[in-house]
Design a protein around this ligand. Structure first.
Ligand code: 5GP
Ligand code: ZN
Length: 114
């Protein structure tokens, strides 16, 4: 738990939020400022800032996050139409929340990545 981390607070129920998915490794919520008609965040239970912080014991968490993203995309109806998975890392990527998260975006054509 990192002090003053929004996603830790959502994880712990200190900030009420609709939890779309939860397992031992990760949980998922809707982004508060959606950049697409469907915009979900898949978040590891453990507070990591960067992928480089995820030592091998947490590699199963990465698998669980991608599996959750895949299943949520299907549940949201953006599987066959297509969707984008994004993990922003650090300053140049514009990472605003320092608790690592996987964006799941869909429901409109995305255009080029950058
Ligand atoms: P980043 O830029 O760090 O990759 O993405 C952070 C995302 O978290 C943004 O898309 C932002 O809208 C979302 N976000 C920030 N605060 C909250 C919050 O309190 N609740 C939810 N559901 N999303 C948040
Ligand atoms: Zn956190």
């Amino acid at each position: 738990m990192a002090d003053d981390c929004i996603f830790c607070k959502i994880r712990d129920g200190d900030i009420p939020s609709e939890i779309l998915h939860r397992d031992d490794h990760c949980f998922a919520i809707r982004d508060i400022g959606p950049a697409a008609p469907t915009h979900l965040l898949v978040i590891p239970v453990e507070h990591f800032t960067f992928l480089r912080d995820m030592t091998p014991e947490f590699h199963p968490t990465l698998g669980a996050m991608f599996a959750a993203a895949r299943d949520l995309a299907a549940a949201e109806g953006i599987d066959e139409s297509g969707h984008r998975l994004v993990i922003n890392q650090g300053n140049h990527a514009g990472q605003a929340v320092d608790h690592l998260h996987l964006h799941v975006l869909g429901g409109r054509p995305m255009g080029p990545v950058a």
